[in-house]
Every structure is written in C-alpha cells, then in structure tokens.
Ligand binder design. Structure first.
Ligand SMILES: Nc1nc2c(ncn2[C@@H]2O[C@H](COP(=O)(O)OP(=O)(O)OP(=O)(O)O)[C@@H](O)[C@H]2O)c(=O)[nH]1
Ligand SMILES: [Mg+2]
Length: 342
C-alpha cells in the first residue's frame, strides 16, 4: 500500500489508510507490516497499538539490519551489525517495555517497569561503548595494513555500487578471486582485496565493498565506516551499475550521494555498466551514448559483463588511464607477484 503525505503522521500513515490496513488484514489475514521508511520510536509504538499485538510491525531499517545480521560472517562484520542493532534499539527500549506492560506479564506497577527501562538503557549504552571500542581496535589494525600498503605503493581500486550490481562478480572475473557472489541483497559484508596487474604492467589492489541501498540506515553507515575506509585510500573508484535495472540512473545518484556523505567523492570514477551480456544490442549503443556523452561529467563509462568477460579489458584500460602517471613507480616492482590480467 502506498500513500502520499506531506509529512508522516504519528502513526506513520493517515487515519483512513490505517482503516484500510485493518480491513486488508480481515481479508488477507497477514501477520506482519513492513514500512518502507525508518519509523520514529513513537510512530512504531502507535502503529503497533493501532494494529494490535498479533501484527508484527517492522520498518525498513529493522529489515535491513536483519538481512545484515544474517550475512555477517567475520568478527568485524558481526561487530558492526551488532553495533548498528544496539544503536537502533536504544531509543526504542521504552516502547518494548510498554508493550510488555500491556500484556500484563508481571510488570504490574509503573515503578519497577521504569527502573527496568533505565537498567536496560544503561546496559545497552555500555554495550554500545564496548562494541565501539572493539571496532576501534579493528580499525587501527586496518589502518596499519593500509600504511603498509602505502609503503608498498600499490594503488587501490575500490569497487563500489548498489547492492547486487555485480561488484563481487567483477572482482572474481578480474582477479580470479573466490568471493561469494549471489543473487541476493548484501552478499558482501566482509570485503576482500586482491592484487591485479593492469594492462600497462602496473599492479593495483582491487577491493570489494559493502553494497549500498536507497535510504541506507544511518546507524549502518556509521557502523560500516571502518570497512568503507578501505575505499578512502582508493586511487580510483569503479562504480558498478546493474544496467538492467530500469531505475539504474536513480541508483547511480543514490550511490553518489552516499559516497558524498562518506567523504569518498573525491577519487576519479570509472562507471562499469555491468550485466551487459543480457542487454539487447540497440540498448547497449544507446547506453554507451548516454553515459559517455560530454554532458556526463567526463566520467569514463564501460559496458561490462562479469559473466561473459566482455568489456573487462576496456574497464582495465579505463582504470589504468585514471591511475596514469599518478601510479607510484614501485607498483611496477610489486607487479611481479600480482596476477596478470588476461
Ligand atoms: N547476467 C549477469 N549477471 C551478473 C553479472 N554480474 C553479476 N551478476 C549476477 O548478479 C548477482 C549479484 O552479483 P554480486 O557479484 O553478488 O553483486 P554485488 O554487487 O557484489 O552484491 P552485494 O555484495 O550483495 O552488494 C549474482 O547473481 C551474479 O551472478 C553480469 O555481468 N551478467
Ligand atoms: Mg558482493
């Protein structure tokens, strides 16, 4: 269901729409409602009240956090998701307790209930501090890695883009990496870095990143900052676009905005218009025209396919051209150990 409102109401949707949702429940008998925005704690509480206890009310952020929690594999990934979840829950703790009070489950009087809320808040606050401290350690270790890399003078190329665009698939195709690439959102939470030799003989480090999504929860952006710092050092950002999406251009904007908010918008950009193998020939020509015309900020755009390998050589050439003379000479030496790009 959708509704156009100037400003969301205290129940997120308007009164009439709320009745419609209740009506729909009588007909279809659903047991969850997911709102495509982040709800304020008050909105969530009011909506839960209005729809009754049998209906589980989730917002976009809770859903995304759920998916992230399921995907996190490494310690760092799990820490980051845990932190984001804890920060999301903190202002919502009061709501949870009032929920229990309504159930009448032993929390009879107001006094003890409130004390419990305060205790919970304090514990949650402490947990957040602990998670932040642990992440800080991880971050420091990463910084050391990066410093070592800088001494090796290998330029970093970061693959960024909307989730499911094909970043990991491209890394696999380019570097012979063995990264999990699947048709699902947020496959990659724990980025991998591989060295690749560019067509001009220099070596570069290609790094995969977490996929972006529209209306990305701010708690998640904050939590994943450490991971995305890899991209901060990038000499070039390869912005991977799933060109089959009708709203591809919109998603490009979303990604650029997030890069901006992460202070990552400075590095030169190469657009990889990916999944071109499934594109009709006329569509390819039109796209190449649209993305490489002089109006397009002079950003290099290459049609690629991680599946067929088409356009990968062009992508490497474009990356090499961007690194160009800025590539430190030592990277030629380091190229010896790097996997040659065929
Ligand atoms: N046909 C086609 N499918 C592709 C191509 N590149 C990737 N895919 C498919 O698209 C899906 C997503 O690919 P991933 O490489 O996991 O995408 P990602 O950008 O790493 O996604 P996240 O890690 O979830 O952000 C997978 O099912 C891939 O097989 C391509 O060039 N052509
Ligand atoms: Mg991935």
């Amino acid at each position: 269901m959708s509704q156009q409102l100037d400003a969301p109401s205290q129940t997120y949707v308007g009164k009439g729409k709320l009745d419609e949702i209740r009506e729909a429940r009588r007909e279809a008998g659903f047991d969850s409602v997911i709102c495509d925005d982040e709800l304020t704690p008050t909105q969530q509480r009011n909506l839960e009240r209005a729809l009754g206890e049998q209906v589980k009310t989730l917002d976009r952020t809770a859903l995304i956090l759920d998916v992230f929690a399921r995907r996190a594999r490494t310690r760092e990934g799990r820490l980051q998701v845990e932190l984001a979840q804890a920060e999301y829950l903190l202002p919502r703790l009061a709501g949870q307790w009032s929920h229990l009070e309504r159930l009448g489950g032993g929390v009879g009087t107001r006094g003890p209930g409130e004390t419990q809320i305060e205790t919970d808040r304090r514990l949650a606050g402490r947990r957040i501090q602990r998670l932040k401290a642990e992440l800080e350690q991880v971050r420091r270790r990463r910084a050391q890695h990066r410093a070592r890399r800088r001494r090796q003078a290998m330029p970093v190329v970061a693959l960024v883009g909307y989730t499911n665009a094909g970043k990991s698939s491209l890394l696999n195709a380019l570097a012979g990496a063995d990264v999990d690439a699947r048709d699902q959102l947020f496959s990659t939470l724990d980025p991998v870095t591989r060295s690749v030799r560019l067509p001009d003989g220099t070596a570069a480090l290609f790094t995969d990143t977490v996929g972006f999504i529209a209306k990305l929860p701010t708690t998640l952006v904050a939590a994943f900052r450490a991971t995305l710092e890899e991209a901060q050092d990038a000499a070039v950002l390869v912005h991977v676009v799933d060109i089959l999406r009708p709203n591809a251009a919109e998603r490009v904007e979303v990604v650029e905005d997030i890069l901006d908010s992460l202070d990552l918008s400075g590095a030169p950009r190469v657009l990889a218009l990916n999944k071109a193998d499934l594109l009709a020939p006329e569509a390819s020509a039109a796209l190449r025209e649209a993305y490489t015309s002089p109006g397009a900020d002079g950003v290099a755009a290459v049609l690629t396919s991680a599946v067929s390998g088409a356009g990968l050589r062009g992508l490497m050439d474009a990356v090499a051209a961007q690194i160009g003379d800025n590539a430190p000479p030592a990277s030629r030496l380091a190229a010896k150990g790097a996997r040659a790009w065929r």
